[in-house]
Design a protein around this ligand. Structure first.
Ligand code: GDP
Ligand code: GDP
Length: 436
């Protein structure tokens, strides 16, 4: 399911991030926090009453040292490119400013729906301040107050009216959706070309025929695949494409729609902070992950180089200990043909279901080998376990008292499950519940 995307644009200080935070709320991440992965508060999923969508605060995307007007111009273009609905935010206390008019001028160019919000209308007496804003030419201005949380429901209802009705990017369950993510210039588009140039790869002729097709569907040995967001890898030459926040935003959206994520590293440059951040998102999102080290042709190596590199990856990506690593070259095609079989394998693991009877044998056997922890004379008792979801495989373990389940014991059980079943490439989740 692809959720609609709402982007907030507007000049600085009108209250974009205040509204973003209000809408997003204090969303507590349900998976473990990954050390070293700082969350960028510019993109998040959100719910408002019955609406489920993603939201972008374009104000958080800094475009290098560009002057102020150029920054907001670029941010508005990002909104036009990325969003289904754009919230154009202004400040009712200051009235229409020249910078607002600049933003408006860029937004006139899009056919996408623009909803005009006038912020800082903190009480009903101030409502008449909104009338000036009709002059911007986006119809009715919606009064809101970020500080007081007023008017947001009406504003989002208005946005929801413009959400796309049909989900046009839905693929069948048998289709493996994957994306390549990584910093600019690691070789993502070269790798895509290398895949598609392989023998027996049949690229569906849907791709490229309509507008700027986002995804590339193809078939290989009877298996259908879709490369998610191929368009995002093709450079259009826009300034903001090379900024870090934008590439992270693009990666997040691609990850969301994928089953399998290829985290692409550049052998020449080694592992960088941003690589970890992006990989962290893929893990958190519960996607199958393959680490692809590209440009293997470009470095000097001996028989130890691959091991040393593998070790470094394992140290830096502790949370991805399940991800297979492959060393390739898009240029020479070295080992490129091994990537699709790996994608297929980890995708099967990602969707694997384990029979409860077998699962419970493994759990019983594990408890027999390594007794469950005790605390102040109380011992954790595990009654039974069952798999409740796939993609990623998720298990619920029913116990007497969930507080007695220590992280280390959970880890032990997870490892036992991994040793027994082939979960290479996929995160698995254990949830401890008190038996009702
Ligand atoms: P951004 O630069 O557009 O993201 O703006 P911010 O969200 O950082 O807000 C700029 C300033 O406006 C902050 O000091 C906010 O506290 C303030 N602000 C935001 N929303 C409101 C509002 O509804 N009413 C009032 N009075 N102040 C607000
Ligand atoms: P993207 O930004 O991640 O899509 O990266 P590109 O595919 O555009 O590649 C960036 C640069 O790296 C280009 O100049 C490519 O020719 C080069 N490149 C890509 N793959 C390889 C590779 O396997 N070996 C070498 N030596 N260069 C590569």
């Amino acid at each position: 399911m692809t959720k609609p995307v709402v982007a907030i644009v507007g000049r600085p200080n009108v209250g974009k991030s205040t509204i973003f935070n209000r809408i997003v709320g204090e969303r507590v991440s349900i998976v473990e926090d990954i050390p070293g992965v700082t969350r960028d508060r510019i993109y998040s999923s959100a719910e408002w009453l019955t609406h489920d969508f993603n939201i972008i605060d374009t104000g958080g995307i800094e475009i290098g040292d560009e002057p102020f007007l150029e920054q907001i111009r670029q941010q508005a273009e990002i909104a036009i490119d990325e969003a289904d609905v754009i919230i154009f935010m202004t400040n009712g206390r200051e009235g229409v400013t020249a910078a607002d008019e600049q933003v408006a001028k860029i937004l006139y160019k899009t056919k996408k729906p623009v909803v005009l919000a006038v912020n800082k209308i903190d009480n009903p007496d101030m409502r008449e301040m909104i009338y000036d804003f009709y002059a911007l030419g986006f119809g009715e201005p919606w009064p809101i107050s970020g500080s007081h949380g007023l008017g947001l429901g009406d504003l989002l209802d208005e946005c929801a009216k413009h959400f796309p009705k049909e989900d046009e990017e839905q693929y069948g369950d048998d289709v493996i959706k994957f994306s390549l993510i990584g910093r600019p210039n690691v070789g993502k588009s070269s790798l895509v070309n290398a895949f598609l140039g392989q023998e027996r790869v049949i690229v569906s002729n849907i791709a490229g025929t309509t507008r700027d097709a986002i995804d590339t569907p193809y078939e290989y040995e009877g298996q259908e695949y879709v490369i998610i967001d191929t368009a995002g890898m093709r450079k259009k030459g826009k300034i903001y494409e090379t900024t870090e926040k934008y590439s992270v935003l693009r990666a997040l959206r691609a990850i969301e729609r994928s089953d399998v994520v290829l985290v692409v590293l550049n052998a020449e440059e080694g592992i960088q902070e941003q690589d970890k951040k992006i990989a962290g998102y893929a893990h958190e999102a519960g996607k199958a992950v393959v680490i692809v080290v590209n440009k293997w042709d470009a470095i000097e190596k001996d028989e130890k180089t691959m091991n040393v590199f593998t070790q470094q990856i394992r140290e830096h990506f502790l949370f991805l200990d399940y991800a297979p690593i492959i060393f390739v070259s898009a240029n020479t095609k070295q080992r490129v043909h091994q990537i699709l079989p790996i994608i297929q394998r980890v995708s099967e693991n990602h969707a694997m279901r384990i029979q409860s009877s077998i699962l419970n044998e493994v759990i019983e056997d594990s408890v027999a080998r390594n007794p469950a922890p005790t605390d102040k004379g109380r011992r954790l008792r595990i009654y039974y376990a069952t798999q409740v979801a796939i993609k990623p495989p998720t298990f619920v373990v029913f116990v007497n008292e969930p507080e007695l389940m220590h992280f280390s014991y959970e880890r032990f059980l997870e490892n036992r499950i991994r040793e027994t079943f082939d979960f290479e490439g996929t995160p698995i989740r254990l949830i401890t519940r008190a038996r009702a």
